[in-house]
Write a protein that binds this ligand. Sequence first.
Ligand code: G6P
Length: 467
Amino acid sequence: MPPTNNDRSLVIVANRLPVQRVRRGTTSTWQTSLGGLVAALHPLLRKHGGSWVGWPGGEGGSSRAFRHDGMDIKPVTLSASQIEGFYEGFSNGTLWPLYHDVLRTPRFRRSWWRSYVEVNQKFADAIEPLVGPGSMVWIHDYHLQLVPKMLRQRRADLRIGFFLHIPFPAPELFARMPWRTEVLKGLLASDVIGFQTRAVAQNFLRASRRLTRATGSGCTLRLDDHTIRVQPFPIAIDIEEFETLANAESAGERTRSLRAKFGPKRKLVLGVDRLDYTKGIDVRLRAIEEVLRRGEFSARDMCFVQIAVPSRENVDDYASLRREVEQAVGRINGEYAEPGQVAVHYLHRRLSREDLVAYYMAADVMMVTPLRDGMNLIAKEYAASRIDGTGVLLLSEFAGAANELRQAVLVNPFDIDGMAKAVQTALTMPPAEQRRRMRSLRNAVHSYDLYDWAARFLGALRGDQDA
Ligand code: G6P
């Protein structure tokens, strides 16, 4: 159920707005975006009022506030050089690789940092006129870590919450960043700082004590007379949405049609990710190649389908990953495809929710094998969509979701042989064991949903001790 927000007004701040501009012929309109965060917070804003501050995407545009679908929307527009310096540069060329355990080399460019400071200030400037006395401001993710302090300096009365959707690295890695103290102090002006798991919350607590004057034990820090609650709030999905989609008659038809297209007798192994180097798409392909090389399974028995959603295409590391993945798909098919039976299907596109659920329902095995991931909601979505109680989830130990989904087949994505073995185990798992494991995965996913997650965070922000 959507949560309640009691009396305080709420401002949500995230790099992305919850709406997108869509073109229809010669005109364009705003459309509410799909996706977890919007699903959780939209009902809340619609019911209690409140604003959402964010970047509408693209360069320039109007920064005039407007109302859409029951929400007050305040766009923060970016210039071409801010997109390059703040978004592609510092957010996705410095922080993203650094926070994901340096899977790619973070670049510490001073001009990107200056752009990050400038855009964070732009966000703080946009928020301030929207907040009444004592309002709650909930800031999301790594793009906006300086905003809590920028707001606090002007408005001591606000309740400021920050939630990091991605991991926070070990202090030894975080300490490499030249602007580490500024970032920590930016965050420590919040009242509540939420993380996906206890382990990354611990990383943050250790970094704060080591690199600033913050003191404290457990999940409370103190810095200059200000108290900060630091706590895990693992994010969840809208279970009802996935179950409704899975139970729809059309879902059954779509699933049957997919199975018929891929070959009803072949086992279907699926991967669904943003095309991002943290997701382990390349190592997953190597594991599939290894399974085929060993010869117990051929393209007549199984096929692997990778849905890769285009992402951050102007960032070099993403462009080179795309080339690597596409080469690997070509190489594997060249070696192992049979006439009329492709070994690896690669779809470089975004799917509708309905199609996505049909793929989940059609997949005998789901591979969620990130090298590092804050949570990974695809794993939870797969379990929620398996209303027939079967299917096998292969899940990386390095995804936050592995803390909760203990009955998945847990894998180390850095170990290709281990992954290949796990794929073989999954392909031959007896239905009774599939059911036993899937029951436990579905129970875990059912234990709380996205609305409970938002309610818990906002409860903590209001000061409830038991949230
Ligand atoms: C991750 C981040 C989000 C981000 C999303 C899509 O999930 O945690 O903050 O919005 O990726 O990436 P993009 O760069 O397209 O916003």
